[in-house]
Design a protein around this ligand. Structure first.
Ligand SMILES: [Mg+2]
Length: 398
């Protein structure tokens, strides 16, 4: 299962996610935007924009509720095991961060106002901003509801300046949503993403091919997109703290210690990143899960909690036309051990009742359950249709 907690997603108590699968190029892109697909050519650097909405969920809440403006706001559950899904800039001043347990957030900022996420509204805004992007390029790779890479090397407006495009997009986002976005402009994805962080909020930053290698030299490996805490710790143990340290290592050394990712690290430490912006992502699974305020011990309680999860997965399937053959139940025990049980049908699951029945059967196979259950998840995979838009992951929690 895609672990969105450590990546781009915003974890919260209950969540809904879609797992990214293989990337597929669409034909339009291959014909009309042939250059963009190719490995970056030093003669003709690509033009990549990374757009990132500022404190997205929290900003939407402040926009729609004047009472919250100028106040420290956390979107997420305030209950015991709740997690902050997004924090307003006022809350960040107190050290409140997304993915932080709500209990800690409240300790850091006693005035913190918790507000429930409204994913339907975030999804709507997300579609609005996608429509703006689409006026410039069909090569849009969303990372989450509020973040996307755009390849504008060749764009629909015939503009030569990627910076100008980024400015126009930011202005349109503001005009249409009254929300601010930050943009990073560069010649590859890694640097574009890095750049969008430089002038946040409501900023734009450009990293040119001349600037790239110099700018990242002193950058801490923790700040590299795609380097998680575990990898960063491993690098630190090997004496690698910055991009400069990383550059000091041979490709062989990095491959030996980091496998396939070794060459990626070797390249990005030099400001090189050949990954194309991937327009059509195909999903592998659709799932919903919930962490409970208290561990569940009775089978009845667990069955009761499964129902809304199956319901949520099915609601998504209904809305998008996605169908799947494989049902998976995920159980996280009180000691954090995770187990999964799956069942595959010969044909796609026909309706909500069938989905719910299979999840109950899968749960029954675990009986007697040896320890308390902290989390339950239901997902559907072996998907047969991909009409669900193009979010590599989505969180539609309530
Ligand atoms: Mg954002």
């Amino acid at each position: 299962m895609y672990n969105f907690g450590q990546h781009h997603g915003r974890p919260c108590g209950q969540s809904f996610m879609i797992e990214p699968g293989e990337n597929h190029n669409n034909s339009k892109r291959e014909t009309a935007f042939a250059h963009s697909d190719a490995e970056s050519d030093p003669e003709h650097p690509r033009k990549i924009i990374h757009i990132d909405m500022d404190a997205f969920f929290a900003s939407v809440e402040q926009r729609d509720n004047p009472r919250l403006r100028g106040k420290p706001v956390a979107v997420g559950g305030s209950r015991e095991r709740g997690v902050v899904a997004a924090a307003s800039y006022e809350a960040r001043k107190f050290g409140v961060r997304s993915a932080m347990p709500s209990v800690i957030a409240r300790r850091k900022c006693p005035e913190l106002i918790f507000t429930k996420p409204r994913f339907d509204v975030y999804r709507e805004v997300s579609l609005q901003i996608r429509a703006i992007f689409a006026q410039y390029t069909p090569i849009i790779e969303p990372l989450s509801l509020d973040e996307a890479y755009l390849d504008v090397t060749e764009n629909l407006q015939g503009l030569t300046s990627a910076t100008k495009i980024a400015e126009q997009i930011r202005a349109r986002i503001w005009a249409e949503t009254q929300l601010t976005a930050s943009a990073g402009v560069s010649y590859n994805k890694f640097l574009a993403k890095l750049a969008s962080d430089y002038r946040k909020p409501d900023g734009l930053f450009v990293i040119t091919p001349e600037m790239g290698p110099i700018l990242i030299e002193a950058l801490k490996v923790e700040r590299f997109h795609g380097v998680g805490p575990a990898t960063a710790a491993k690098m630190n143990r090997l004496g690698i703290f910055t991009a400069r340290d990383l550059r000091g290592q041979s490709l062989e050394f990095l491959q030996e210690h980091f496998g396939k990712s070794g060459s990626h690290y070797y390249n990005i430490s030099r400001g090189i990143d050949h990954r194309p912006v991937m327009a059509n992502r195909v999903r592998k699974s659709v799932g919903a899960e919930n962490t409970f305020p208290r561990d569940l011990t009775s089978l009845e309680d667990m069955r009761a909690e499964l129902e809304p999860l199956a319901e949520k997965v099915w609601r998504y399937c209904d809305a998008t036309g996605v169908r799947g053959r494989t049902v998976t139940l995920k159980v996280k025990y009180a000691d954090f051990q995770i187990i999964t049980r799956s069942r595959s049908l010969t044909a796609p699951v026909a309706d909500k009742t069938v989905l719910a029945a299979i999840t109950r059967e899968l749960l029954a196979t675990l009986h007697p359950i040896p320890k308390g259950v902290r989390l339950l998840g239901v997902s559907l995979s072996s998907l047969s249709c991909d009409q669900a838009g193009d979010d590599p992951q989505m969180i539609l929690a309530f």
